[in-house]
Design a protein around this ligand. Sequence first.
Ligand code: HEC
Length: 112
Amino acid sequence: MKLLLFLILPLYLFATSSFITPTEYASQLYKNPRGIGCQKCHGDNGEGKLIAKYKHKGKQRSFRAPMINTISYNEFYKALNRRKNGMPRYFLTDKEIAALYLHLHKNDKKKK
Ligand code: HEC
């Protein structure tokens, strides 16, 4: 019985996970990549967000994550493959980067 479960469970998980649509997949990836979710810093729709305020040499400063829903796919792709200040490195595959980009642009037509 245990063996049977062992064989069936992965099949079951595989079958159910393939029922999600590409847009659902992308939305989940955006919120839960292998690491901290993008929306924590960039906002739910990639509109950018204030992460923290702090004082540096007596001056008020703020640390923001930039807006990422208006840049080109090329810039988006390059940005995710180079080191940045204050953003974790994710090591995403090309497919994942494409899915994330689509997620951020899923409402583009509606906005116009
Ligand atoms: C801990 C906060 C944080 C998280 C989480 C985070 N980012 Fe960032 N991101 C930043 C900051 C800060 C910058 C600006 C870095 C710089 O200017 O060097 C940035 C820059 C970027 C840029 C470049 C924007 C530009 O105009 O050059 C892209 C694209 C990007 N992030 C996408 C993502 C995606 C996709 C995820 C999730 C997989 C993510 N980020 C998660 C903080 C974060």
